[in-house]
Design a protein around this ligand. Structure first.
Ligand code: ATP
Ligand code: MG
Length: 397
């Protein structure tokens, strides 16, 4: 028989189909998929029946199906995806394709069951009949397999759709969440640590477009530390396509705090300056909210009282998607999304220079504000604001 054509089917959840946003969501998903597929070659991308079809258009693209598949697993808004063999809509072609396509896909498994679905009700066989025939073909082709309808290793599905029939051996979970850009924009305070990339991921998953602000303190922080942050941002582009990182220098602010303020308040004061500068950046870049990777009680500056003192300096809501998560849980997500190994590279962050020996864990806001008055906050902010620059990072092929 001819070479089997394999395509990718991405299914979006019912949830996102509700309401008036449907066409916007669909358009966004199509755009996302098209852009990612194009990184690997020529593909046709179209949507039909809550499914996005991704079809290779030449041999080079056929070779790249696995690569594109891996990339599409990171598109928010899809609940499931699978690779499927395409064939003509008649039983001969379906069975021939099943025999040729499935043995390799089912290698190493011992039980299966068949399911079928017809969206074309004109098709002469019923769904159970199709399943029976395909099941028979599988048993012939792979004698080591047996049928188990209760608890199979894999469900082989035959779908008779409008133009063609599709056969696939099991589907994978999609990234879930909501399509990118469906939930407005937020400014993520991105450090080089484990938490903030996870916080960014969590918000992107809910449809938020995320821009980043990173604070550095050269020469107390290094070029390598900055590169590490860009690398983390690059890793996040696998979910969002591109990301802006606004870089702002805190060097002079930190020196002034060190020289004039009570050591116990160093970190809190620094975090307030971060909030003020992040608020300015958020205003300039049309982000109505800030996002941080803070988690309740994780360190001295993340106790309830410390967060109150920090947030007081922000001029807009601060989202903390990790606030109720344990470090272990955050690490698990960071491994899953592929940022962990970069996050643990040992470079200094501006939060780890001039750290107090006895940081206040139960700070009173008025005391923090009194310490802040020892330096010219407004002038320092203006000066730091002048150091900002923006780097745009795009997903690589
Ligand atoms: P992370 O793993 O995200 O660095 P952390 O446990 O080190 O978190 P902190 O250093 O107290 O915690 O920072 C708390 C949050 O403040 C971070 O998650 C991040 O959102 C923000 N933040 C800290 N340092 C920076 C920085 N240099 N630039 C931008 N944001 C920062
Ligand atoms: Mg940190």
């Amino acid at each position: 028989m001819e070479r089997i054509k394999e395509i990718i089917l991405c299914k979006y959840g019912e949830v996102i189909l509700k309401g008036a946003n449907r066409s916007m969501f669909e358009a966004q998903l199509l755009r996302d998929v098209k852009r990612r597929a194009a990184l690997s070659g020529h593909f046709e991308v179209r949507a039909r029946q809550s499914t996005v079809y991704v079809e290779p258009l030449d041999e080079e693209a056929e070779e790249a199906v696995d690569e594109v598949y891996a990339r599409l697993k990171k598109v928010f808004g899809f609940v499931a995806l699978c690779k499927a063999a395409v064939c003509e809509k008649n039983m001969d072609a379906i069975l021939e394709t099943a025999r040729a396509y499935l043995p390799e896909k089912l290698a190493g498994l011992s039980t299966f069951k068949c399911e079928s679905r017809r969206s074309d009700k004109q098709f002469p066989l019923s769904s159970p009949e199709i399943s029976g025939e395909v099941g028979g073909a599988i048993l012939d082709a792979v004698p080591s397999l047996t049928v188990d309808v209760q608890n199979p290793d894999v469900v082989v599905k035959t779908e008779i759709r409008e133009e063609y029939a599709y056969i696939h051996a099991g589907q994978d979970k999609g990234a879930g969440g909501m399509p990118l850009g469906s939930a407005g924009k937020g400014l993520l305070l991105l450090s080089g640590g484990i938490d903030s990339p996870v916080a960014g991921y969590r918000m992107m998953k809910r449809g938020m477009t995320v821009e980043c602000v990173h604070f550095e303190s050269f020469p107390y922080t290094s070029e390598a530390a900055r590169e590490k942050v860009f690398e983390l941002a690059r890793e996040l582009t696998e979910y969002c396509g591109q990301i802006k990182v606004h870089v702002i220098s805190l060097t002079h602010i930190q020196e002034e705090i060190r020289d004039h303020c009570d050591e116990d308040y160093f970190t809190l004061l620094l975090r307030r300056f971060m909030m003020k500068l992040a608020s300015k950046s958020a205003e300039e870049n049309n982000c109505p909210v800030l996002v941080t990777g803070e988690s309740l009680g994780q360190v001295a500056s993340q106790t309830l009282k410390a967060m109150v003192c920090t947030e007081d300096a922000a001029d807009r809501p601060v989202f903390r998607p990790l606030v109720g998560m344990d470090k272990e849980e955050i690490i698990e997500v960071s491994r899953e999304i592929g940022t962990f190994d970069t996050s643990i590279l040992p470079y200094d962050d501006c939060c780890t220079v001039f750290t107090p020996r006895h940081p206040r864990t139960q700070p009173e806001l008025y005391k923090v504000l009194n310490e802040e008055k020892r330096i010219d906050a407004e002038a320092l902010i203006e000066e730091a604001w002048g150091t900002r620059h923006c780097v745009v990072i795009r997903q690589e092929a």
